[in-house]
Design a protein around this ligand. Sequence first.
Ligand SMILES: Cc1cc2nc3c(=O)[nH]c(=O)nc-3n(C[C@H](O)[C@H](O)[C@H](O)COP(=O)(O)OP(=O)(O)OC[C@H]3O[C@@H](n4cnc5c(N)ncnc54)[C@H](O)[C@@H]3O)c2cc1C
Length: 431
Amino acid sequence: MHVIVIGAGVIGVCSAWYLRQAGFDVTVLERRAAPAQETSFGNAGMIAPGYVTPWAAPGMPGKVLRTLFAREAPVVFRPSADPAMWRWIVRWLRECNLERYRANKLRMQRLAFYSRACLHRLRSELEIDYEQSQGYLQLFRTARDLDLAGPAVALLRENNVPHQLVSAQECRRIEPGLAADTPLAGGLHLPEDESGNCPMFVRALHRHAEAAGVAFRFETQVARIRPDQGGKLQVELAHGQNGRAPVLAADRVLVAAGVDSAPLLLPLGLRVPLYPVKGYSVTLLVRDELQAPLGALMDESYKIAITRLGNRMRVAGTAELGSRRLDLRPAALRTLVKVARDWFPVAGNYQEATQWAGARPMLPDGPPLIGPTAVPGLFLNLGHGSTGWAMSCGSGKIAADQIAASAGAASGPDIDMEGLLPGRHGLGPAR
Ligand SMILES: Cc1cc2nc3c(=O)[nH]c(=O)nc-3n(C[C@H](O)[C@H](O)[C@H](O)COP(=O)(O)OP(=O)(O)OC[C@H]3O[C@@H](n4cnc5c(N)ncnc54)[C@H](O)[C@@H]3O)c2cc1C
């Protein structure tokens, strides 16, 4: 049975790996020349299942409003006439209450914990090195920031996630490179969370998948998907010869095309409420080991992550809603560098940092959509927002298990799929 996967980001490549393991003939179609060249390229690298959180949270609308005119805002809103953006905002606002937040967060955590177990299994089976580091420390600059973390800490306690509220002194013991003179009220330490280089992992898994028989076709853009009379799906490519688009046939198609999944699905009557939320990162060589981070940190006041990736350090964050362009906005990059300099002033040469912008494929409620749609044979694996790397291996395994179950070859995913299926947004069966 032939399965086409559209997209070779972290989600598409993980899916392709597990589909091949389940015995399918797999072809991956990717418009770029290599895997992980879009959102999976420059992310912060956090794998923090204990702390995956929907963007739709109580207090977030107020926080967005308050920071609208701030110079160093963690969230930037650029109102535009785009109707898709306004539809997205209305749905997002509906999800910003405590009950919805808890439901969405628990769904995301269920997937993220499962995903970490899948990642660890894969890591030891295939001996993949991806510059992984252990431990995640949140930094609170003020007592007020520390107080605001109360509901999230309560959820950690409720769900038995190992964590510890630590003093400023203890933060500096965990991360000895932290600057002594930047105000710090305390921290939250999650010793079992981790970080790692996402594109490095994807490139390694791509090589293993290719060796196992997955066909990767790069520089191949999908223009259209359409069902045919014989119960198969036809995938039309954009650049055909002689004016005709080449067409590939598949028994199943899995769409893992990140933010650009929505326009591909619309002609099939599938309106996915996906919107790009732009973010930035800067990466620099570590010059002084003792003055650099050892693991992953998050400045909670600015919502900016600082991670150690081998001999480099990455600083990532900022959420911009309202622009689909991936231009590098100097003010956003300055904020990243300011925060990194506050904590690790001499870790490396900030002037030589490489800069990047990417678009998080964000759904208004938070959890991704994984599973069958109303179009027979068409499956989704998309909408992983700001935690796609943390959920990637689990999402890939689930998608493969679902496709195997649809072919009568397996019993379905290992975890409860409540709230993770496309049916959540009326795009497919509810269960
Ligand atoms: C600043 C920032 C920081 C982040 N930090 C973290 C973090 O610390 N931890 C974490 O877990 N997540 C993080 N994320 C989120 C994470 O990077 C994403 O959730 C994840 O990369 C999404 O993967 P994807 O495979 O769905 O999308 P992508 O990586 O964008 O892959 C989609 C692929 O589909 C291809 N494609 C699209 N349309 C077509 C088409 N028509 N034909 C052929 N190919 C097509 C694209 O070229 C692309 O390669 C961060 C994101 C940002 C922006």
